[in-house]
Design a protein around this ligand. Structure first.
Ligand SMILES: [Zn+2]
Ligand SMILES: [Zn+2]
Length: 181
């Protein structure tokens, strides 16, 4: 199952190639990246954020209309939330094969720190690979250094290794075999 990465106009320019290449390496899946053709809604005026569940629904509609059978990961610069949370880094919908991640709070600038492009690439990779792991039916992992660990803060995200733990890797390999057979 290949990945189609949609880079929204508001997402950090110039990082699409390194980010998609490293995600593809970590998950060992071909990835294609292009400027996002999807216009999404879900803006919440009071919160000044987008509802990620609305974004996923727009991706689902796009996927159905275009008979797209690859996974779709949208990278946006907009700050996103899921009802009952203050904010999220990303969200996936394994049933339909769509996911979204936001660069808004992955940027050092958001937290009043000096910009760091390498760090931003790292974070986008970890968060993107995590959501794609969910699309491949991986659940959250108790191993805090695993890509599938559930980060509750930016520090958690930074403490992960940019790879799956042996257990998750094993699950993923099994899953891939069952897809190809
Ligand atoms: Zn997760
Ligand atoms: Zn794991």
């Amino acid at each position: 199952m290949d990945i189609l990465i949609f880079w929204d106009r508001g997402a950090p320019a110039g990082l699409e190639l390194p980010v998609s290449r490293i995600i593809s390496q970590i998950m060992d899946i071909p990835a294609d990246v292009r400027t996002s053709p999807v216009l999404y809604n879900g803006f919440d005026r009071n919160r000044n954020q987008f509802d990620a569940t609305s974004i996923l629904t727009c991706l689902d509609v796009f996927s159905r209309r275009n008979e797209e059978n690859r996974f779709i990961l949208l990278v946006t610069g907009d700050d996103i939330f899921r009802p009952s949370t203050r904010y999220i880094f990303g969200l996936s919908r394994p049933k339909t094969g769509t996911a979204v991640i936001s660069s808004a709070r992955l940027k050092n600038e958001y937290w009043g720190l000096p910009p760091d492009e390498m760090m931003l690439i790292d974070r986008l990779v970890r968060e993107g690979a995590h959501e794609i792991g969910h699309l491949l039916s991986l659940d959250h992992c108790d191993n805090s250094s695993c890509i599938m660990a559930n980060p509750s803060s930016l520090d958690d995200l930074d403490n992960k290794k940019a790879m799956l733990c042996p257990l998750c890797q094993q699950k993923l390999n099994k899953k891939k075999i069952s897809i190809t057979v």
